[in-house]
Design a protein around this ligand. Structure first.
Ligand code: RAM
Length: 491
């Protein structure tokens, strides 16, 4: 175990546990009858269930089915999918035999759910089974209650759901989703950390995650896209062009929020290293190009999206944060400034179409992703960016974001260009659309015009409490600071 991992492990939080009792119909349950119990909100933890013989003599085992659902709609999608492109084992469904009755059983897995359905699949004619208790031991490393923020009931509702989403993803690390993949991903971490600074302020958890990434960097110093933290800390080599670069703003923002200069000092070389490593992905004209070395440039869940071009802007964006880090530590960053200049010029030449006032990707593709990232990269100033984002809204062919992750960056770009009203409107329509579904937490993917859109080939594997969707709580608390913000430009 290297020193960075040791540091991270020393910061492992003790989870706060609390018992919640589900409401529902207790008592006798007939064969094949399904009972749904309601925890009253979304929780993450372990289920403890007590059963007994309501009448008769127990002469055979009971055989029960349990389904754990994050939303009521999830009950429509709980069959084991055979066509998914990720493991179907994530589904939250158990079949349990009980040989001794009465019994109190703790189910084997950790679940993310609000609703628990129980069905007696087989039982003897000599007795009727009864459900005495459905309890849930919830776990989180988000401590304290946060007062919802917002000017209207709708805003406060969106805020409550955002906070619940973040809270339930805060476990031993910032998980992407407590149902699936329960992994620490860099892109998710950044957005969780930002929202955490404005709410729970668990700085140690962010620090732990930064050290987990640092401790699992490859031999060249490349930060992986994600880290497994259990049963042991491990990161398979997964090159993610954008996620590795996002280590830079994530470190900077941690320092700004916590004032922890030692961590900044210790991890700054690794942050700057991400820029150095990314340089080979640009041709002699300083334009990004596709190659195996680039790895996965995630940007958003959209197959047809020209993500590589977005990478040009992500690089410039990250480089500006690297300058901030170097300046704070009194280190030379003239080469990074030069990089910014060269990559910005090349980005404009390659992608900016003056006649449309838009950035245009491969094969004439116009997307929110490309334009948003170039606005965030600050290649132009806020006023001009505002006109670009306006032109984007009027562009019928533009590819919309699919995930709350990409929507976050769109809203961020709107705020930073001074379009606060439009930014707020976007939050109210997009996240408000999810809230209207009666959810307690926000989803991994939400496409209002195709509610069943998902990247895994099966709705059974979708995560309804997904970290990267928690940022309305960040925006509501910081919007006055981000109005027409040039912070990214001032490096
Ligand atoms: C998904 C994860 C995570 C995201 C990556 C790119 O599988 O759930 O949220 O960061 O993909």
């Amino acid at each position: 175990m290297n020193n960075f991992i040791k540091k991270a492990e020393a910061l492992k939080p003790i989870l706060q546990k609390r018992v919640v009792t589900a409401s529902g119909r207790y008592g006798a349950i007939q064969k094949n009858q399904r009972e749904i119990y309601d925890l009253g909100n979304h929780f993450v933890g372990h289920a403890v269930i007590s059963v007994y013989a309501d009448s008769g003599v127990v002469d055979a085992p009971a055989f029960l089915e349990f389904i754990f659902a994050e939303t009521m709609e999830d009950f429509d999608f709980n069959d084991l999918p055979d066509n998914s492109n990720i493991s179907a084992a994530w589904i939250q469904k158990e079949y349990v035999h009980l040989d001794k009755i009465p019994a109190t059983i703790k189910l084997p897995r950790r679940y993310a759910c609000r609703y628990i359905s129980i069905r007696a699949l087989a039982s003897s004619a000599s007795y009727v089974l009864g459900i005495r208790n459905v309890k849930f031991i919830e776990e989180t490393s988000a401590f304290g209650d946060i007062i919802p923020c917002g000017n209207t009931e709708q805003e406060r509702e969106i805020d409550r759901i955002s906070i619940r989403t973040l809270r339930n993803c805060m476990q031993s690390v910032f998980e992407d989703g407590p149902k699936r993949d329960r992994r620490l991903w860099l892109g998710d971490l950044r957005l969780q950390a930002l929202t955490n600074y404005a709410t729970f302020k668990n700085f140690e958890l962010v620090k732990r995650c930064l050290y987990l990434f640092a401790g699992t960097a490859d031999k060249d110093g490349r930060i992986n896209g994600y880290v497994f933290h259990t049963p042991k800390v491990y990161a398979p080599t997964v090159r993610m062009f954008d996620y590795s670069l996002l280590f830079i703003p994530t470190l900077w923002e941690y320092y700004k929020a916590s004032n922890d200069i030692e961590t900044l000092q210790e991890l700054a070389p690794l942050a700057v290293r991400q820029l150095e490593l990314a340089q080979v992905n640009f041709d002699k004209n300083h334009r990004i190009f596709e190659s195996p070395n680039l790895g996965w440039c995630f940007i958003d869940w959209q197959e047809s999206l020209d993500k590589t071009s977005c990478g040009q802007a992500v690089y410039i964006y990250a480089a500006k944060y690297a300058c901030k880090i170097c300046r704070a530590l009194g280190r030379d960053f003239s080469w990074i400034e030069r990089e910014i200049e060269l990559k910005s010029k090349a980005g404009l030449t390659a992608f900016y179409d003056e006649s449309k006032n838009l950035f245009v990707g491969k094969n004439g593709q116009i997307s929110y992703a490309l334009n948003v990232w170039f606005c965030l990269a600050g290649v132009f100033g806020p006023k001009k960016n505002q006109t670009i984002l306006k032109a984007l809204q009027n562009e019928k062919k533009a590819i919309f974001p699919t995930t709350p992750y990409m929507y976050h960056y769109y809203v961020d770009a709107l705020y930073r260009s001074g379009a606060a009203t439009e930014a707020k409107r976007t939050i109210l329509t997009y996240w408000g659309g999810m809230a209207k579904c009666g959810t307690d937490t926000f989803f991994e993917v939400y496409n209002p015009s195709n509610p069943q859109e998902n990247p895994y080939g099966s709705m059974a594997l979708i995560s309804r409490c997904h970290a990267w969707s928690c940022t309305p709580a960040y925006f509501f608390r910081t919007e006055s600071d981000t109005k027409s913000d040039e912070s990214c430009l001032e490096y």
